[in-house]
Design a protein around this ligand. Structure first.
Ligand code: J2J
Length: 538
């Protein structure tokens, strides 16, 4: 069963083709092109691996043969949950080459998220590493096999136990990519949305590769560029803004960092002459703190992209003095629209704005709550539509009715100011999620986990400002019978098998939630009122 073709109205498709955005390349054909153009150049550094484009392509084709050999048919989905190691790129290019559709899970995801993503995407296989960050993925894989009927194969990078070893997947390799329509869904990315579990974002070859090509150009990449992938590779930001795909597109080198901590990343920067990387604001702060004391030479670094959450101007102004490189603010979303400050923008724009859209065909509206345009410089809700912004989530009719207008604009949930030249300044957001160091957490999802505890009568989760994380989570909890304590609740939520970053940072017990005489208040109003009553006093 294939995913239906992603539909933009025909007039838009014609426009995006006519304007040169959609060029008809697929990820499978991209791999062949990269090998032909850059064969012996260094494509990837990861752990001990130093692979040329030819070697990466060879390995991906072998993996592709292996995937096909398992009986996976073109168009079928494969859940990929791999940390930043060489197998990540081999697996995803192998899947593309075999005409399969990767579904990206984060290494931090646990049972709840993984089971949901596998079931929702209709995944037929699950690709993991044996261990990462002290977590053993094999028991999780057994659970996925037992509980998600469609999943028939587990492929493991590392010690595979009873499962298929990634290394032994193929033999000769496919000789050509399995043909795919470039307008079809190439992969499913996950949303950091504000309601419930992650939604799946269908991205096509044509739309995504346009954003990759254009990002590579905006970020000044060329064959000498060396990109450090410090954030988890499954995130949209390190994937394509400009990310490892942007760097591969122009024949540069990708260096995989197993984690983004300065001690690890700085050594890799010095050793491999890294020229560009991307970070979320808390990590940028950490790097700026560590750089003056570091023994490593960071002088190769030319561009630091910062995005995923608001980078405050005071911090932004310190990037050049402390790290000696150009800051590029990146305001993007896995649903599509990506804004960049340009490398040659005046310092004032680079420090105070989150950039402007990639494409002349990105349509941006800034509207008040009644849907009327606000004057330039006034805050309003950001809506967008364009050549690489989706028109709907995968199989989410009710979320789609909320998140997209009838004429196809995506309601981003972000509140922005549009400034002269089309630059955007992010002011906040309308939706109820917590942006914790760039990881988006749905208030509703965490509330559901808390309410599942028998000692909890009701719960409301809000964002609190945090100097380091930007925002952290605070759960207001009304107890049921008994005296349940914070540490019990945190342990309970953690044991429900969710990503650690979703466990509430703080829990505040309150006697009751105020409700109006009518007895019902929107969750949004309730969260705001709680914050106001308990946290903003004095
Ligand atoms: C304020 N908020 C920001 C920024 C994202 C590049 C960069 C980031 C993402 C990403 C991405 C922000 N200032 N600079 O996909 O390709 C918040 C907004 C946005 C949401 C999207 C990329 N950059 N945000 O973060 O899908 O609220 O993508 O709507 O994870 O992050 O989150 P996500």
């Amino acid at each position: 069963m294939s995913i239906p073709r992603q539909i933009w109205p025909e007039s838009f498709e014609r426009l995006y083709v006519a304007n040169g955005h959609w060029q008809g390349e697929t990820f499978g054909r991209m791999l062949d092109r990269l090998e032909a153009d850059f064969g012996e150049r260094l494509a990837l550094v990861a752990g001990e691996a130093r692979w040329s484009y030819a070697e990466l392509a060879r390995r991906a084709r072998v993996a592709a043969e292996g995937f096909a050999g398992l009986g996976l048919a073109p168009g079928e989905r494969v859940l990929v949950q791999l940390p930043n190691r060489a197998e990540f790129l081999v697996a995803v290019f192998g899947l593309f080459y075999a005409g399969l559709v990767p579904v990206y899970a984060l290494p931090a995801h646990r049972e709840t998220e993984v089971l949901h993503l596998a079931a929702k995407s209709g995944a037929r296989a699950y690709v993991i590493a044996d261990r990462h960050d002290g977590f053993d993925y094999l028991p999780l894989a057994r659970k996925v096999l037992a509980e998600v009927p469609g999943v028939a194969h587990v492929i493991v990078a590392g010690a595979a136990a009873e499962f298929t070893a990634f290394d032994g997947l193929g033999d000769q390799g496919l000789t050509a990519p399995v043909p795919r329509n470039p307008r079809e869904v190439a992969f499913l990315q996950i949303s950091g949305g504000s309601t419930g579990l992650p939604k799946l974002i269908p991205r096509t070859h044509d739309d995504y590769l346009y954003s990759v090509r254009a990002s590579a150009e905006i970020c000044g990449l060329n064959a000498e560029s060396v990109y450090l992938c410090a954030l988890p590779a499954a995130h949209n930001f390190p994937m394509s803004s400009p990310g490892y795909l942007g760097v591969l597109h122009v024949g540069g080198t990708v260096v995989m960092s197993p984690n983004p901590q300065p001690e690890v990343a700085f050594r890799l920067i010095a050793e491999h002459g890294v020229t560009i990387t991307g970070l979320v604001p808390p990590l940028a702060l950490l790097w700026m703190q560590a750089a003056p004391r570091s023994k490593h030479d960071l002088s190769s670094l030319q561009v630091l992209g910062v995005g995923g959450a608001k980078f405050i101007p005071e911090a932004a102004a310190r990037v050049r003095p402390t790290l000696g490189c150009t800051l590029q603010q990146v305001f993007g979303m896995a649903e599509g629209l990506v804004n960049y400050t340009r490398l040659d923008d005046p310092e004032d724009i680079i420090i105070n704005t989150q950039g402007r859209p990639i494409s002349p065909d990105d349509e941006v509206l800034v509207l008040d709550d009644d849907g009327n345009p606000v004057p330039e410089g006034e805050p309003g809700n950001l809506y967008t539509r364009g050549p690489y912004t989706i028109r709907g989530y995968h199989e989410e009719p009710s979320a789609n009715a909320r998140s997209f207008t009838p004429d196809g604009f995506y309601r981003t949930g972000d509140v922005v100011r549009r400034l002269p030249g089309g630059y955007l300044e992010v002011r906040g957001r309308a939706g109820d999620h917590i942006n914790r160091a760039g990881e988006k957490i749905s208030a509703e999802e965490v509330e559901d986990h808390l309410i599942a505890h028998e000692g909890v009568f009701d719960a409301a989760v809000v964002a609190l400002p945090d100097k380091f994380l930007g925002e952290k989570t605070c759960a207001f909890v009304v107890r049921a019978e008994g005296e349940v304590q914070s540490k019990d609740l945190k342990a309970f939520v953690r044991d429900r098998g969710i990503a650690e970053f979703k466990v509430p940072d703080q829990i505040v017990f309150v006697p009751a939630f105020e409700t109006t005489a009518v007895g019902k208040v929107s969750r949004k109003a309730l969260r705001a009122a709680l914050k106001d009553t308990y946290l903003n006093k004095g």
